[in-house]
Design a binder for this molecule. Structure first.
Ligand code: SF4
Length: 309
């Protein structure tokens, strides 16, 4: 095991993604924020905009906890999976006086925090000896140990952990999965684990993934302008909870304006826009300037761009 650990860390020193901004800090709040953002989102999108923007606007845990949920959702706009932002906000409010917990078990009591996020914080911020398993690491371990059973991955990760350099070890495996042992077109000849890898002859059979089942949705949304202000309602459905959206309407053919396609998580949505005079009682009216600051989803932004044309 020792030789493999040495090769892996030597590869990481040369090839690792050391430039990622959350790799240059061990601040617990900064790492926690980055890990929540990185769930389901590519690292470059987070690194280029969202992570620096949030740290500039909310430099401390207290700053983010004290912001309104509307403000946080508005800053999160475009990153998707808005439940992450709601849980992040709630979690920080719970820790506003004590600071974030520093143990796996306490971190996992916070809303939206599972084993992965807790282990990432304990490893990357606190240098604790815990195995981190994300999708990249899981793929590497399944192939390296030729594991057909998903349930064995965590156990193997713990056995394989380099307890002298746990943080670098976890980061190295993560980068290896992202850069070398990729889902397709992997480059075993560049891999520091190739000499002892049990799965390198048929790597794909250890990482067969289920095809995502997409669901088609049709939405009919109303466009109601009063004194150049647009009516939006706060959504209560699970897709866009707490975000402002165009109100649903009954489609009437002569009021049709335009339609467009939008993809969000597993949904393939066809959105059709209709002129309307009637809006729900709870509708709020936004001027153009207010819309720029409002917590709205990418789908609503797309609708606004279409209406702008
Ligand atoms: S040798 Fe190939 S299959 Fe094995 S861990 Fe390295 S890249 Fe993955």
């Amino acid at each position: 095991m020792k030789n493999v650990h040495v090769s892996l860390l030597a590869w990481f020193e040369k090839q690792g993604r050391h430039e990622l901004p959350w790799r240059k800090t061990n601040d617990v709040y900064h790492i926690f924020l980055s890990e929540v953002m990185l769930q389901q989102t590519q690292a470059n999108r987070v690194a280029e905009h969202y992570y620096p923007h949030f740290l500039q606007k909310y430099p401390t845990l207290q700053d983010l906890a004290n912001a309104t949920l509307d403000e946080v959702l508005s800053d999160w706009s475009g990153l998707g999976y808005y439940s992450r932002a709601r849980n992040l906000h709630k979690a920080l409010q719970l820790c506003i006086n004590s600071g974030l917990p520093t143990s796996m078990s306490e971190l996992q009591k916070l809303p939206g925090v599972g084993r992965y996020t807790a282990s990432a914080v304990c490893s990357f911020a606190l240098n604790q000896s815990v195995a981190v398993v994300d999708t990249n690491i899981s793929r590497v371990l399944k192939r390296y140990f030729a594991l057909m059973d998903e349930k064995l991955v965590l156990h193997k990760a713990e056995e394989f952990l380099n307890t002298k350099e746990p943080t670098k070890h976890n980061l190295a495996l993560m980068d290896l999965g992202s850069l070398v042992c990729t889902p397709k077109n992997l480059t075993c000849k560049l891999c520091p684990l190739s000499l002892t890898c049990k799965g390198k002859n048929e790597p794909e059979i250890f990482t067969l993934t289920k095809k995502t089942q997409y669901e088609n949705l049709e939405l009919y949304l109303g466009v109601c302008l009063v004194d150049k202000k647009l009516a939006l309602v706060k959504s209560s459905d699970k897709l866009y909870k707490d975000l402002y959206v165009l109100p649903p309407v009954e489609p009437i053919e002569e009021d049709f304006i335009a339609s467009f396609k939008h993809s969000y998580t597993k949904y393939r949505i066809t959105v059709s826009l209709y002129k309307t005079q009637t809006t729900p009682q709870e509708a709020r009216y936004f001027s153009y300037e207010e819309l720029l600051q409002a917590p709205i989803s990418s789908m609503t932004k797309k609708a606004l761009q279409l209406l702008d044309k």
